[in-house]
Design a protein around this ligand. Structure first.
Ligand SMILES: [Zn+2]
Length: 115
């Protein structure tokens, strides 16, 4: 399961970051997940529910997920647009194919809280 591996690597990041913030038990984690990561929020939540059993987390620790759509910018006309599903990366302004992906690849910890 792709999401379990992703969540395990995020938990490793949390385990190394928490002591630097004097946090011994994490109560809440906020993630930003881009559409291009193909990580399903429900599967991430399930992975978190398994991994939060370790002492790094307070009982009932929360996971909040913010999903981000894929966004592109056209190199020809500069239009900035959201991509729905996997319909391709065609500029709706000029029909160009030369687009840069500016959002959607991120899978990051926005913040975490605890004691
Ligand atoms: Zn364009």
């Amino acid at each position: 399961m792709h999401e379990m591996a992703l969540m395990e690597s995020l938990v490793r990041v949390l385990a190394s970051e928490a002591p630097r913030h004097n946090i011994t038990q994490i109560k809440k984690v906020k993630l930003t997940v881009g559409a291009l990561t193909h990580a399903l929020p429900d599967a991430l939540r399930f992975a978190f529910s398994v991994l939060r059993e370790q002492p790094l987390f307070a009982p009932g620790a929360e996971l909040e997920i913010e999903e981000r759509k894929t966004r592109c910018r056209c190199r020809d006309c500069g239009a900035d647009f959201a991509v729905e599903g996997n319909l391709g990366f065609l500029c709706p302004g000029c029909g160009g194919f030369a687009v840069d992906i500016i959002q959607g690849r991120e899978l990051q910890i926005d913040y975490f809280e605890g004691d």
